[in-house]
Design a protein around this ligand. Structure first.
Ligand SMILES: Cc1cc2nc3c(=O)[nH]c(=O)nc-3n(C[C@H](O)[C@H](O)[C@H](O)COP(=O)(O)OP(=O)(O)OC[C@H]3O[C@@H](n4cnc5c(N)ncnc54)[C@H](O)[C@@H]3O)c2cc1C
Length: 300
């Protein structure tokens, strides 16, 4: 990342929301469920699967969590009625984790139930380290009770290999990613190569134990490592999948699909797009160019 990109990245909170919205448009399907359905249908037509995410996090009021549950049940209905190849991703802090863990677990259980009756699957996203223990507890309990739930582990966390060890008896369906939150060095690896190495160690541990893994990365080196691992283990394309975020590197998406792998795209939508978009923009290696273009009215 250039010095200028790095300056913009650190100054992102100062960029007007209108500009952030314009630049971040590519990462979000739109504000409505119809927008998300349209995006998922396009991806399905390209041969990719999808996972829909209702944007929002850190709710402090019970009625907001209830609104999110109702929206997720609508999502599950629409996926079924439209025949989309799509599952669902949820964030515990949107569903009340900051209010009370049991309240959150019960809320997620309602969505998991709704998914199960429609033959669908729920992925519980992993948020920052203050949510990790509770999220894994909720995953553990709901997976044992329902069987249609997946978790996420983050390669930048020092605890991740141990967490995988604790989960293996469930033969879990795990999304493996690097991790996006700003974590203290005491608990998270910071060096780029170390995070890559931990990603590969985690992948080997999961695949070696026969788990279904969502290999979630746009890092070409890790995509290669994933392809090498599934080839070495002689896995069929039904035994794993690659995953990417909407708006990031569609060329790599096409390459993975053309190699005969299954690939799922994360499709977020909703009115509460700001925190998600800020995280994406901070990861964009050419963020400065996009922000400057938007500032002078050339679009994002
Ligand atoms: C499907 C999916 C689900 C995820 N779920 C979670 C989760 O639950 N919890 C969590 O903490 N994190 C999650 N993440 C985010 C993940 O942890 C990383 O922050 C993100 O994927 C970037 O890491 P990377 O492996 O792509 O490698 P990087 O080294 O960050 O990126 C590799 C290359 O991808 C391109 N790239 C990456 N991001 C962008 C961007 N925003 N805009 C343009 N180009 C970009 C760049 O060319 C970059 O060089 C998820 C990621 C994916 C793909």
């Amino acid at each position: 990342m250039s010095l200028f990109d790095s300056m913009i990245k650190h100054g992102m909170p100062l960029v007007p929301k209108r500009i952030v919205g314009r630049v971040a448009r590519r990462y979000v399907a739109g504000e409505t469920l119809d927008d998300a359905v349209h995006t998922v249908r396009t991806l399905n037509d390209e041969g990719a699967m999808a996972t829909m995410d209702v944007l929002g996090e850190e709710v402090q009021a019970r009625d907001k969590a209830e609104e999110a549950i109702q929206e997720y049940l609508r999502v599950l209905d629409v996926i079924q009625s439209e025949g989309l190849d799509c599952n669902v991703s949820i964030k515990p802090t949107l569903l009340g984790l900051r209010i009370d863990e049991r309240f959150c677990r019960d809320n997620i259980a309602r969505i998991v139930d709704g998914a199960k009756s429609r033959g669908n699957f729920i992925r519980i996203d992993m948020e920052d380290h203050t949510a990790t223990d509770a999220t894994l507890r909720i995953f553990h309990e709901l997976q044992e009770a329902h069987g249609n739930v997946g978790a996420v582990v983050q390669a930048y966390m020092r605890r991740t290999l141990a967490d995988i060890g604790d989960l293996l008896h469930l033969k879990p369906n795990i999304r493996l990613c690097k991790g996006i939150y700003r974590e203290p060095r005491a608990i998270a690896w910071k060096n780029f190569d170390t995070i890559r190495a931990n990603f590969m160690a985690a992948l080997d541990k999961l695949l070696g134990a026969g788990c279904y893994v969502g290999i979630a990365t746009h890092d070409e080196h890790l995509v290669w490592a994933g392809m090498e691992a599934v080839d070495r283990l002689r896995l069929t394309p039904q035994e794993y999948e690659f995953q990417m975020l909407l708006g990031v590197d569609p060329d790599l998406r096409r390459i993975i699909l053309d190699h005969g792998h299954r690939l799922r795209v994360y499709v977020p939508y909703g009115r509460d797009w700001y925190p998600y978009s800020m995280r994406r923009l901070r990861e964009n290696p050419t963020v400065a160019r996009h922000v400057m273009r938007a500032m002078v009215g050339l679009g994002g």
